[in-house]
Design a protein around this ligand. Structure first.
Ligand code: CDP
Ligand code: CDP
Length: 218
């Protein structure tokens, strides 16, 4: 798999990674890895099984035995479609708390590598370029202001019928940023050689065009 191209797209919450990565994958006919979904699935599985947030062994086991599959844009845990359920803000917050555990990250490592299949992969997350695919030929670090990101998340949640308010969202977003950037294991930061893209004033399609033009120029 070492010569199958990977485009690694990392960045903070609501920077547009998922949207941009999926569109780039579709344009190129590449596979797509939503690594955040694996942390969200682990969180949901642990919540449902009543595993305490301080039970590191139980959390690592949840990650190791994650019974999930991805099919046509839908995400399944055991055989239940949890595509919507994993997007709840509570699940995202729990995911970011368990993502600090090196044992959980280690348990999800092999599963992430298995997404690298011909003709190529677009992978989005926090450590795609730094840890999981450090030799990816193209690495992108997406950013946007806290205000722009809170606004985007607000709209997404309301559109999906989840409750949301801007004040709580901005606060959660800052807390999540701090947790993702300051953890010891695979902290969020631009990978060596990553292209930085601030999308505060850009549409998702403009960001997609930029990524595709960097890829074409390799
Ligand atoms: O959509 P959003 O950016 O808020 O989050 P996500 O990508 O679905 O990921 C949920 C949480 O999992 C993040 O807050 C990170 O703490 C964690 N995560 C991670 O640690 N490493 C990754 N490669 C992807 C997600
Ligand atoms: O994956 P991540 O948490 O980084 O972001 P996302 O789930 O893709 O959410 C970003 C939201 O902002 C989506 O509703 C996009 O349509 C919107 N958006 C964007 O992704 N990029 C822009 N440049 C502008 C808006």
């Amino acid at each position: 798999a070492a010569n199958i191209p990977v485009i690694a797209i990392d960045g903070p919450t609501a920077s547009g990674k998922g949207t941009v990565a999926q569109k780039v994958a579709r344009q190129l006919g590449f596979h797509y890895l939503d690594s955040g979904a694996l942390y969200r699935l682990t969180a949901l599985s642990a919540i449902r099984r009543g595993i305490a947030m301080n039970d590191e062994h139980g959390l690592a086991k949840s990650a190791e035995h994650l019974n999930c599959h991805f099919d046509g844009g839908h995400i399944f845990l055991a055989n239940e479609d949890v595509s919507q359920a994993i997007r709840a803000e509570e699940v995202g917050n729990t995911a970011s708390k368990i993502a600090v555990l090196a044992t959980v990250r280690h348990a999800l490592y092999g599963l992430q590598l298995s997404f690298r299949k011909a003709p190529g992969l677009v992978a989005d997350g926090r450590d795609m370029g730094t840890v999981i695919f450090p030799h990816a030929p193209l690495k992108v670090f997406l950013t946007a202001s806290v205000e722009a990101r809170a606004q985007r998340r607000y709209k997404q949640l309301i559109d999906k019928g989840f409750p949301a308010n801007m004040e709580d969202l901005s606060k959660d977003l800052r807390e999540r940023d701090a947790r993702d950037m300051n953890r010891a294991s695979a902290p969020l930061k631009p990978a060596e050689g990553a292209y930085l893209l601030d999308t505060s004033e850009m549409t998702a399609d403009e960001a997609v065009r930029q990524v595709l033009s960097w890829y074409a120029a390799l």
